[in-house]
Design a protein around this ligand. Structure first.
Ligand code: NAG
Ligand code: NAG
Length: 275
């Protein structure tokens, strides 16, 4: 085979891949035993509770609750840089916060945590009711352990946060150190894709088929201004095994094809070395 035709093949495979029409690349992302309920909740005004009509299948605990945002560019260059990792870990005194523009000070005092990402913290809340009894939601251990231990300080407390005239999102309890502000930690692990899910909590009771779950929500977070969508997801898989595998698959595909290409070219080279 000719180099050129191999390259053509690769290019072809690649364009098929980017169009997502490559047959070999269609693994079953949702195995049958994964049950997932997705409800969009931001259409119209939704102050009243909405109901998940019927649980389609028995769902074994833990049931993960995610909020899903769409058309939300957490990967925008200015947004994603607007944070201070040093401040998050060490607090205000040790290091500069100029990277946090345009949300670094308010009334001449530094903001902790500073930056656009923290300032735009998601602030919708959900409660779940089944048969008139509240289903408890465990909101602990929703953030990565490594983030809690190594990226957010145990002795760093929110200060002067959301204290300006323009409120960007959720507030933080100033008596809880950043390492325990799990909603913030989850939010600040920014998504590379404009549609993403973030873990909100876990329901630690099984849901039976045909159960009716009523969701009371506070629809606080403003996505209307940029045409975003908000959805609530109940799923029996954790995030890593969840549905949004595209990026992971892409990396694996590109990685393994690079290896294959390398092997092919090495073989070609060995078979007919240039003189
Ligand atoms: C919050 O703002 C008010 C006035 O806008 C100010 O008096 C107060 O000190 C600020 N809080 C912090 C923690 O800086
Ligand atoms: C929630 O965030 C929005 C901005 O998206 C803000 O206008 C609102 O005041 C916040 N509400 C609460 C209760 O934090």
């Amino acid at each position: 085979m000719h180099y050129a035709s191999i390259v053509m093949l690769i290019v072809e495979a690649f364009s098929l891949f980017t169009q997502q029409s490559l047959p070999a690349c269609k693994p079953v992302l949702t195995p049958e035993w994964v049950v997932e309920i997705v409800e969009r909740y931001d259409i119209g005004c939704v102050p009243e509770p909405f109901r998940i009509d019927k649980v389609p299948k028995y769902m074994k605990a833990p049931i993960y609750i995610y909020y899903q945002l769409e058309n939300y560019y957490q990967n925008h260059r200015r947004y994603v840089k607007s944070r201070s990792d040093k401040q998050l870990l060490h607090g205000q005194n040790e290091h500069g916060i100029s990277s946090c523009q345009p949300v670094e000070v308010n009334n001449d005092r530094p903001i902790i945590p500073c930056g656009l990402i923290a300032w735009s913290l998601f602030n919708d809340t959900f409660t779940f009711i089944r048969n008139r009894a509240e289903l408890k939601v465990n909101r602990k251990n929703i953030a990565w352990k490594s983030d809690r231990e190594h990226k957010f300080g145990k002795n760093v407390y929110p200060f002067n946060f959301q204290n300006g005239t323009l409120i960007g999102g959720g507030k933080l309890n100033p008596t809880i150190p950043l390492s325990d502000q799990e909603d913030l930690i989850v939010w600040m692990r920014t998504s590379a894709l404009p549609s993403f899910r973030k873990l909100y909590g876990r329901i630690e009771k099984d849901l039976d088929v045909d159960d009716v779950v009523v969701v009371h929500l506070m629809n606080n977070y403003n996505t209307y201004s940029f045409g975003g969508k908000k959805k609530l997801v109940l799923s029996t898989t954790s995030w890593l095994g969840g549905k949004n595998d595209f990026l992971g698959l892409a990396y694996v595909f590109i990685g393994s094809s690079s290896v294959t290409i390398a092997v092919v070219f090495t073989l070609l080279h060995l078979l007919s070395p240039r003189h």
